[in-house]
Write a protein that binds this ligand. Structure first.
Ligand SMILES: C[S@@+](CC[C@H](N)C(=O)[O-])C[C@H]1O[C@@H](n2cnc3c(N)ncnc32)[C@H](O)[C@@H]1O
Length: 280
């Protein structure tokens, strides 16, 4: 039910230093340095932590807000498979993750949403250049906590078809992330995956996250939501069949339960009559 695999920073850094070529059905990931790679003829540069936002995407190099282990895992999990056809991503940033999902999964439809109202020019150019207007649908200026708007977008783009994959890499705050989960998780098919990125930001050892409560000192840790999902997995394995926790990734698999969207998490798990409140 619960696969816990925490590779640790040292391991991830070591992975990052090696040059790796990983063959997939649609080509290989070719690491050209510890933070840059090529895939499907597309170049990507990774930024995270203090470097996030240091440079801008251009038409020939996308900025991607991830660490190498996250990219490797995503490519390993999805290369050569064709079961991520209906995909939703929360958090477009500079477009790198949209291009990565497209290059690896080749979905039938990929809907990406961001609070920022400004279109991402290199991503728009990528979509036009590859003739992907019918596949990739971008929604700018949308808050992930806006349940009605998110539900309306998904209904308009997918109709009654279930989702295969949702990736939440948007606010990383407890309430909006929880709100999106309650809205979108029930729309996954059985076996579909819901990925919450950077669930562990409150535990990063760097000073920017720890000293004086860190840069998000006023926000409840996203770990609180992970605890609630663990409780739900314990109470209702027919709703959450598995949770895999790795560095910066929480992957929640959908069980077979019939669910009306949205769900209300706190009504679905049992906790011996106690009410859960964020504890850190
Ligand atoms: C970490 S970045 C996403 C990185 C991107 N997925 C990647 O891998 O390159 C987070 C993005 O979420 C957006 N965001 C922040 N709060 C949000 C919210 N409440 N609703 C929707 N998007 C939000 C930000 O504008 C930003 O573009």
């Amino acid at each position: 039910l619960l696969a816990v695999n925490l590779p640790g920073n040292a391991n991830c850094l070591r992975l990052g230093r090696r040059r790796r070529d990983r063959a997939g059905a649609r080509g290989a990931i070719n690491w050209t340095s510890d933070h840059q790679f090529e895939l499907g003829g597309q170049r990507f540069a990774l930024e995270s932590g203090e470097t996030l936002g240091a440079t801008r995407s251009t038409t020939d190099r996308f900025v991607l807000g991830k660490v190498p282990s996250m990219v490797d895992r995503f490519v390993a999990q999805n290369s050569g498979r064709s079961d991520a056809r209906h995909v939703v991503e929360l958090g477009i940033f500079q477009g790198g993750s949209v291009a990565l999902i497209q290059e690896v999964c080749r979905p039938q439809r990929l809907v990406a949403i961001d609070l920022n109202p400004e279109p991402v020019a290199p991503l728009e150019a990528y979509i036009d250049g590859h003739g992907l207007r019918d596949v990739i649908r971008l929604y700018y200026g949308i808050d992930q906590a806006d349940r009605a708007r998110i539900a309306a977008i998904v209904a308009a783009e997918f109709g009654d078809a279930p989702l295969d994959l949702v990736i939440d890499d948007a606010s990383h705050f407890y309430q909006p992330t929880r709100s999106s989960f309650e809205t979108l998780f029930p729309l996954l098919r059985e076996g579909g995956r819901y990925v919450i990125e950077d669930w562990d930001w409150a535990h990063y050892p760097e000073e920017m996250w720890q000293s004086d409560g860190g840069m998000w000192a006023d926000e409840p840790a996203l770990t609180n939501l992970i605890l609630e999902l663990l409780m739900l997995a314990g109470t209702r394995p027919d709703i959450i069949s598995e949770i895999a926790i790795t560095r910066s990734l929480a992957e929640i698999s959908r069980g077979p339960a019939q669910l009306d969207a949205p769900i209300e998490l706190s009504r679905l798990y049992a906790a011996r009559g106690l009410e859960f409140r964020p504890i850190l």
